[in-house]
Design a protein around this ligand. Structure first.
Ligand SMILES: NC(=O)c1ccc[n+]([C@@H]2O[C@H](COP(=O)([O-])OP(=O)(O)OC[C@H]3O[C@@H](n4cnc5c(N)ncnc54)[C@H](O)[C@@H]3O)[C@@H](O)[C@H]2O)c1
Length: 328
């Protein structure tokens, strides 16, 4: 993912310059830099120590693309040097750790934003607008079914679906609902044919403020009839229903009749112009705007902690076998 971020920075060269690359494994950063365009690569220093990189290059900000277990150390160190941070999801591995990161950002009075790159998607933005046109959502559902044969660390990771993937879908649900999650009941489990050692499947129901319910069904061991990585969505609203398959058109089915056993509805597409910055390019653009103009980016740490909380309390609910309250 570090390589994807480097390309993202290089294609935003009118606003940002890549001056250093840190990896704790000696040689890895050097190798990655050597794969870049030679003219650019000669100006990028490689380091194994973040503190040395901060001292030598004096950057305006750090992009943290380390493993989740290292996010706290990287973020708190950079903030301690008075340097803003744009970090990969998930913020961290526990809420206690996330709170220490929030405290470090407050203490340094520097921006710390988490990149939830899947928010920068014209389909998702259109879906949210369509929901609002029907009076807001009361029941939101998301299906995520992909038979993913990664190999590597994910095959051994406990709660792999919830911790490595579902945060994207849960964060998207928060964006769509625009309210706080209050409770979750989750059943996280392995299917009998699973090639994962941790739970690769989960069924979860969240309650948000205003009685809004969000139902999530997901599996990384579901082969055939694959959904999109953005999940397949349905929003039940007072004036009708909106669907989005995560890739194609957002379809609004609006009530037009006021009598009959089944009320008459009319279907239409809800389209918007393509977003200028998609995925991690959207995150970077949002972050740079916030640094330069003081705007509030999506993924601001004090807001993003709620997406992490949805994941961690879903895991806890499954362990306890009961509904739990979500509190940060
Ligand atoms: N937004 C997305 O769609 C998306 C996709 C993939 C990964 N990610 C996220 O990106 C992050 C990295 O994932 P990845 O798949 O690239 O992992 P990876 O294991 O391939 O790479 C992580 C790198 O970080 C290095 N590292 C570990 N600790 C470090 C530290 N303290 N300082 C500097 N470097 C350190 C490792 O040596 C390794 O080279 C994770 O948080 C992951 O969740 C996001």
């Amino acid at each position: 993912m570090g390589r994807a971020w480097a390309k993202n920075i290089l294609s935003t060269s009118h606003r940002v310059e890549l001056v250093g690359w840190v990896d704790v494994i000696d040689g890895k950063a050097r190798q990655a830099i050597s794969e870049l365009d030679i003219d650019v690569a000669t100006n990028i220093r490689d380091f194994v120590s973040l503190t040395e990189a901060l001292t030598v290059t004096k950057p305006d900000f750090v992009i943290d693309v380390s493993i989740p277990e290292a996010h706290e150390e990287v973020t708190v160190t950079a903030l301690g040097y008075g340097v803003a941070v744009l970090g990969e999801k998930p913020m961290s591995v526990s809420l206690a750790s996330a709170h220490r990161m929030l405290a470090a950002a407050a203490e340094a009075q520097k921006l710390y934003m988490v990149s939830q790159s899947r928010r920068y998607d014209s389909g998702l933005v259109a879906f949210k607008q369509a929901i609002e046109s029907l009076g807001g959502v009361a029941i939101l559902t998301a299906d995520f079914f992909i038979g993913a044969h990664f190999g590597g660390f994910r095959d051994e990771m406990p709660d792999v679906l919830l911790k490595d993937m579902a945060i994207h879908t849960f964060d998207a649900a928060r964006y769509l609902v625009g309210a706080k999650p209050l409770t979750v009941y989750c059943d996280s489990f392995r299917v009998p044919w699973s090639w994962y050692s941790g739970d690769e499947s989960a069924l979860a129901t969240f309650e948000f403020e205003n009685g809004i319910r969000f139902s999530y069904r997901g599996s990384w061991a579901a082969e055939g009839h694959q959904t999109e990585w953005e999940a397949c969505w349905r929003a039940i609203c007072p004036r009708g229903t909106v669907t989005w398959d995560g890739m194609g058109k957002v379809i609004v089915d609006k009530i037009v009749g006021d009598s009959g056993f089944i009320r008459e509805t009319v279907k239409s597409d809800w389209t918007i112009d393509d977003l200028p910055f998609v995925g991690i390019a959207g995150s970077l653009n949002d972050f740079l705007d916030a640094l330069e103009q003081g705007t509030e980016p999506m993924g601001l740490c004090t807001d993003n902690i709620w997406s992490l909380a949805m994941v961690l309390y879903a895991v806890e609910s499954s362990r306890l076998g009961q509904k739990v309250e979500i509190a940060i």
